[in-house]
Ligand binder design. Structure first.
Ligand code: FES
Length: 102
């Protein structure tokens, strides 16, 4: 697994989602229950910018059609039939935030 530095440890202090470009991937970072999650930036439904979405109680809500994604596994809310949101592991270290890519 490749490990890519995505920013300083305090990158999410102002809240989220925060858009980042890492390893050629457009991603967002969100904080959920004390951990940081990276996800693809484009909604898997019709490509809305999830950096404009909202994260509440473990779910990321898309700003366009308001489907929401579980930040543990990327699964979409009931009633939708598209693929899950891709999630990536983030390591919080003293020298910054690191993304794990396959
Ligand atoms: S574009 Fe995100 S739910 Fe439709």
């Amino acid at each position: 697994m490749a490990r890519i530095r995505i920013g300083p440890a305090d990158l999410l202090e102002a809240g989220g989602p925060v858009p980042v470009l890492a390893g050629g991937h457009h991603l967002i970072l969100v904080r959920d229950a004390g951990r940081i999650v990276a996800a693809e930036r484009a909604c898997p439904h019709e490509g809305a910018d999830l950096a404009l979405g909202h994260c509440v109680r473990g779910r990321l809500r898309c700003p366009r059609h308001r489907a929401s994604f579980d930040l543990r596994d990327g699964s979409v809310s009931p009633g939708w039939s598209f693929r899950p949101l891709r999630l990536f592991p983030v390591e919080e270290a003293p020298d910054g935030l690191w993304l794990g890519l396959d």
